[in-house]
Design a protein around this ligand. Structure first.
Ligand SMILES: Nc1nc2c(ncn2[C@@H]2O[C@H](COP(=O)(O)OP(=O)(O)OP(=O)(O)O)[C@@H](O)[C@H]2O)c(=O)[nH]1
Ligand SMILES: [Mg+2]
Length: 446
């Protein structure tokens, strides 16, 4: 892998002026203006995280997207006028643009037109740190860009370094599309190799029956802060979207005496691009294999219920929807502050606590915490232990003295509740989960 081949080459370009952005949303008949507005609010956050400024936003109502330009022709002209008025560099659509729509829009507007996926990929490209994270992001970028190469004129080349254009220069890409495909194949095989290594590590963990817990949640919900609070670690925390891309695992002792491994991973967002989910599949597999999912919700966010749904959608996409889930409403301190402000009469954020309590009432065993102040963390640790133990059962095993290996394994993998020595064998009462139970099935006492 020579550095020049990498899609990251251009991310090093420092932009002295911040890009000026116009956001575009479209409301279709099955949706509402409020939903479009919420989508644009979030897109504005994403754009801000990517390092650009939103100058203006426009919304159109349509029955269906225009196949050529997404917006209607007239609205596209109006958009051009807005771009000229605010001197915008780039237009960002809160939708998926087809490569043809993107090209046509750029022709009409004379500036870069990109979609939500491009913004998310851009943030990922800026945040990727480890070789694996970088390879995953680069692959996602290339998969997104390959169908968009043809005919994107050189007229935008002076804009190199803007959102959605960082990475390999257009000309270079046009020159050798085949080289690009080769690069993708190479990345895929690199990732497979890294995946293999991780699988082996995971097998080791599975053998030792170390319990694994995954922190999942909407981006910026406070997952990394919570991991740091629980495990006394120092994972990067930022008030930015997608600050964590690479999974971090820490060991945690629960009050019940169990030791578990807690993994913090990439945050989710509405309409997480499928290129991202695909590229991060191996990372996200960790989630699918955990014994317990801790779903962290930012209870102070305006639309946390929508965020909960978005997280569940992604969980289903990665096959992790059937796992035991513990709902944790985070930022209790901020919820309280919002309620106080509401009570003092400015109406801002009124009822945040009430809404959070409603969500918790709908999820048995959920807990409210503040990862920042530490409030509720003790309860959370107890709840984790309880939830992990639900899957466990006390079973009785009859193990012949001759099988010292099995005896040792049982002591290692289960919690011994009682043991009675017999003539030929020893009878053990032990807490085992379903996996452990099936492993020692042949020694189950009748
Ligand atoms: N008020 C308050 N802020 C919090 C709390 N927990 C986290 N935050 C803040 O929320 C922001 C995001 O925190 P992170 O821990 O980085 O969130 P994350 O879920 O790991 O985010 P990504 O990795 O970007 O998906 C930071 O500014 C934190 O300081 C909390 O309990 N109360
Ligand atoms: Mg994080």
């Amino acid at each position: 892998m020579t550095p020049n081949d990498s899609a990251f080459t251009d991310t090093l370009i420092s932009r002295t002026v911040r890009e000026r952005i116009v956001l575009v949303g479209v409301t279709f008949p099955h949706s509402t203006l409020a939903v479009t507005e919420a989508g644009l609010d979030e897109l504005a956050l994403l754009v801000g995280t990517a390092g650009a400024d939103v100058m203006e936003r426009i919304i159109q109502r349509r029955s269906t997207p225009d196949p050529a330009t997404y917006l209607g022709r007239g609205k596209a002209e109006e958009l051009l006028a807005v771009c000229l008025a605010v001197d915008a560099d780039t237009v960002v659509f809160d939708a998926d643009l087809s490569p043809a729509q993107q090209r046509n829009l750029e022709k009409i507007l004379g500036r870069t037109a990109i979609d939500r996926t491009a913004v998310i990929l851009d943030i990922f490209a800026q945040n990727a740190r480890t070789p694996e994270g970088r390879a995953q992001v680069e692959l996602a970028l290339l998969r997104y860009r390959l169908p968009r190469l043809r005919g994107r004129g050189r007229s935008f080349s002076q804009q190199a370094g803007g959102i959605g254009t960082r990475g390999p220069g257009e000309t270079a890409l046009e020159v050798d599309r085949r080289r690009l495909v080769r690069r993708m194949t190479r990345l895929e095989s690199d990732l497979r190799r890294l995946d293999q290594t991780r699988r082996t590590q995971r097998k080791g963990r599975a053998r030792s029956r170390q319990r694994t817990v995954s922190l999942v949640g909407y981006t910026n919900a406070g997952k990394s802060t919570l991991l740091n609070r629980m495990c006394g670690s120092d994972v990067l925390v930022q008030n930015r979207l997608f600050s964590t891309l690479d999974p971090r695992t820490r060991q945690l002792d629960l009050p019940g005496g169990e030791t578990v491994l807690v993994t913090d991973t990439v945050g989710f967002v509405r309409k997480l691009p499928h290129q991202v989910v695909e590229a991060f599949r191996s990372t996200l597999e960790v989630v699918g294999e955990s014994d317990l999912i801790i779903h962290v919700v930012d209870g102070s966010a305006p639309d946390f219920e929508g965020q909960v749904d978005a997280v569940r959608t992604v969980l289903a996409e990665i096959g992790a929807d059937g796992l035991p889930e513990l709902l944790v409403v985070n930022k209790a301190d901020a919820i309280l502050a919002q309620d106080r402000a509401g009570a003092e009469g400015d109406g801002e954020g009124r009822g945040a606590g009430e809404e959070a309590r409603r969500l918790m009432a709908a999820h048995e065993g959920s807990v409210m915490v503040s990862a920042r102040t530490g409030q509720g963390i003790d309860n959370l640790l107890v709840a984790m232990g309880d939830r992990l133990r639900v899957g466990d059962r006390v079973v009785e095993l009859d193990i012949p003295w001759a099988r010292g290996d099995v005896l040792a394994a049982v002591h290692r993998e289960g919690e011994i509740v009682g043991e009675v020595a017999g003539e030929q064998s020893t009878r053990i009462q032990v807490v085992l989960d379903d996996v452990g139970k099936s492993r020692f099935a042949e020694f189950l006492a009748s």
